[in-house]
Design a protein around this ligand. Structure first.
Ligand code: BES
Ligand code: MN
Ligand code: ZN
Length: 496
């Protein structure tokens, strides 16, 4: 989507649809923008009460105008109650109307007099529009071209001047990255293999040559001793991948954030096979890796002055005669031996090796991992919050604060010491899961904690937030791209 701006009505370009925002007032809808040339066209809809200006309400009016052919009245709700998130939702509903009508050129009168800072105003509007302006790849063969959905291509902000260009550019960077992440997650698992993720990382390196990219081949993974990653990989006909990409744009800073993304490109469960109904969406088990790659994309594109590294352990978790086995013990990279209680608890295994590799080679000052780790996080928090587990109050609070800003809500769960016992093994240093069947998300966090040491660390369980089968608000169906905006915000507020 291209975004342009013009300070005055007279300067605006042709568009298919002009969006006019309104507040809801006691007497009905009132314009939220500067005096316009459309008062006459709009009056009947207001006077009749057909349009009230309620939150996310939309009302279409046809015009025979030379500049635009339709007006869309958009409700923002009560003026005093408008929030950034409210703007996101309202402008997403406007975009959806445009999308249904297959209109690709939009103009938008900038709302004024809101109880928000300029930056918040632009954030709400642009994010609402752009988050929803995405189409997941589909594999339909026989679709009439008139049935194909289209993306909105141009958005013109009327009443804005060029001062906002930096902010708009940053949003554009984030949204390019989000589409990249969502595509990685949405495409077939047979296409998005560990090798494909590696190729995506190489693509980033080509676009941003200052990145330092290290990819380990299976031989190198063996040599490095990432045996848990290799164990999970045993049942797969595709080699594992281990991807490290380092971005260094703050030479004087001592800080380095390392973001680790779980890259299970398909999770069948392994020998502890998932049942029907539990497997059909498991291509999204690499959403953590996708978000880490997208984050790096956005950071590079926006040229943030920070030091960030992403680490992606990747494999399929497949079922095969060679599959790793429940009851067997495997050695981790850290030296701890792990008894496999359940081959479906594979994410924590590859993360454990990635964490220990990171501590040994990458000098992190702060660690965040993003992983679709447990079904239990949906039971604990539903699909509106990311579960967080952390050994560090300050870093965890910073992540929570970032989440409030981007509305990717983060809710911390406790690492309860007493539960450690459930991971005790008779034959190994630790077991990868408990048989008690409670507090699954916490238990997974406790397992990871064993491999982290003292470095400040936050584990983010995005199993319930990375994918929306039906779509919601400004999230189109399937991959949400959760984590990209969140960690970009974290970096902006704490690492530059
Ligand atoms: N990838 C799954 C977690 C998951 C479940 C993500 C549903 C998205 C939706 C993970 O590897 C897994 O299978 N976890 C098990 C752990 C259990 C065996 C201890 C789970 O949550 O059932
Ligand atoms: Mn699993
Ligand atoms: Zn998994």
């Amino acid at each position: 989507m291209k975004i342009s701006s013009t300070p005055h009505w007279e300067g605006r370009k042709k568009a298919d649809l002009l969006v006019l925002p309104f507040f809801q007032d006691k007497k009905g809808a009132v314009a939220a923008f500067a005096k316009d040339p459309f008062a006459k066209a709009v009056a009947p809809s207001l006077q009749s009460g057909d349009f009230k200006g309620k939150k996310e309400e939309t009302h279409l009016i046809h015009l025979n105008g030379k500049v635009e052919s339709r007006l869309l009245l958009l409700g923002l709700g009560k003026k005093e109650e408008v929030t950034v998130e409210g703007l996101r939702r309202a402008f997403a509903s406007a975009l959806k109307v445009a999308q249904k009508l297959r209109l690709q050129k939009l103009s938008l009168a900038l709302p004024l007099h809101l109880p928000l800072k300029e930056e918040e105003l632009f954030t709400g509007i642009i994010e609402g529009m752009m988050l929803s302006n995405y189409l997941a790849p589909d594999y339909k063969n026989k679709l009439e071209s008139s049935e194909r959905q289209l993306l909105v291509e141009e958005l013109q902000l009327v009443g804005a001047n060029k001062e906002h260009k930096a902010l708009v550019d940053e949003k554009l960077a984030i949204f390019q990255a989000l589409a990249f992440t969502r595509d990685l997650v949405n495409r077939n698992a047979d296409e998005v293999t560990p090798q494909y993720l590696e190729k995506a990382a190489r693509g980033l390196k080509k676009k941003f040559p200052h990145l330092k990219l290290t990819t380990l081949s299976k031989k190198e993974i063996e040599k490095e001793g990432l045996h848990l990653l290799l164990a999970v990989n045993q049942g797969s006909d595709k080699d594992p991948a281990f991807i490290v990409a380092e971005y260094s744009k703050a030479p004087r800073s001592k800080q380095r954030l390392v973001v680790i993304g779980k890259g299970v490109t398909y999770d069948s469960g392994g020998l502890n096979l998932k049942p029907t109904g539990g497997m059909e969406t498991m291509r999204y088990d690499m959403a953590g890796a996708g978000a880490a790659l997208g984050l790096l994309y956005a950071v590079c594109e926006a040229a943030l002055p920070c030091n960030v590294t992403i680490v992606i352990p990747s494999t399929e978790n497949s079922i095969d005669a060679k599959s790793y086995k429940p009851g067997d013990v495997y050695q981790s990279h850290s030296g701890k031996s792990v008894e496999i209680g359940n081959t479906d608890a594979e994410g924590r295994l590859i993360l454990a090796d990635a964490l220990s590799y990171t501590l040994k080679h990458l000098k992190p000052t702060h660690l965040v991992d993003l992983a679709t780790l447990t079904g239990a996080v949906r039971i604990a928090l539903g699909s509106e919050a990311i579960g967080a587990l952390s050994n560090n109050d300050e870093l965890c609070r910073a992540v929570e604060e970032a989440g409030k800003k981007t509305f990717e809500r983060v809710w911390r769960l406790p690492l309860i010491e007493e539960y450690k016992e459930q991971l005790k093994s008779d034959i190994a240093d630790i077991k990868n899961c408990s048989t008690k069947g409670e507090a699954g998300t916490i238990i997974a966090g406790i397992f990871l904690e064993e491999f982290v040491g003292k470095t400040p660390w936050v584990h983010l369980d995005i199993a319930s937030t990375a994918f929306t089968p039906e779509g919601k608000r400004y999230y189109p169906k399937y991959a949400t791209g959760v984590g990209v905006r969140l960690l970009f915000e974290l970096i902006k507020n704490n690492f530059i």
